[in-house]
Write a protein that binds this ligand. Structure first.
Ligand SMILES: [Fe+2]
Ligand SMILES: [Fe+2]
Length: 156
């Protein structure tokens, strides 16, 4: 048993095998982040003030719809893998200040992208290629969201 563990630990230093359970746990974290994104975009697209933010307000509504599609897809993948999709959101953040709110959204997108990258690697290590394909589609949209937010903040 302990020898087996050592062998697993040695493997883990190079390419740790991802178990289905780990992937389900990770996907449930991703799902909770998608719920949070939906909440933030729904609220903020309707409360954003300032003429300079006219374009981004429309884009945030589109983000909200896309995050819902992501949540539906991730939940479907969790169910397919034999897991239970979470009903809990990560805690949503808010600011009255438009710039700060956009910064909150940007940080959230970057965190989301980082986590989906990890999930894609896990999926591929486990041979779950259909899942990794779906996640690649999602991450491409998250990267577009990041670009929209950076443009609105004058960071590009
Ligand atoms: Fe998303
Ligand atoms: Fe996003």
């Amino acid at each position: 048993m302990s020898e087996n563990r050592e062998a697993q630990a040695a493997d883990a230093e190079t390419a740790p095998p991802s178990t289905r359970k780990e992937i389900i746990q990770g996907l449930n974290e991703d799902l909770a982040r998608e719920y949070k994104a939906i909440i933030q975009y729904v609220v903020f697209s309707s409360t954003l003030k300032g003429a300079e933010y006219g374009d981004i307000a429309e884009q945030l509504k589109q983000h909200a719809s896309q995050e819902l599609e992501h949540a539906l897809e991730v939940a479907r993948q969790i169910d397919y893998l034999g897991g239970n999709p979470t009903m809990k959101s990560k805690e949503a953040e808010y600011s009255d200040d438009s710039k700060k709110m956009l910064e909150i959204d940007l940080r959230a997108e970057q965190d989301t992208i980082k986590n989906y990258r990890e999930r894609i690697l896990q999926a591929e290590r486990a041979g779950e290629f259909a899942l990794s394909e779906k996640l690649r589609g999602i991450i491409a949209q998250e990267q577009d969201h990041e670009i929209d937010l950076k443009d609105a903040l004058g960071l590009r």
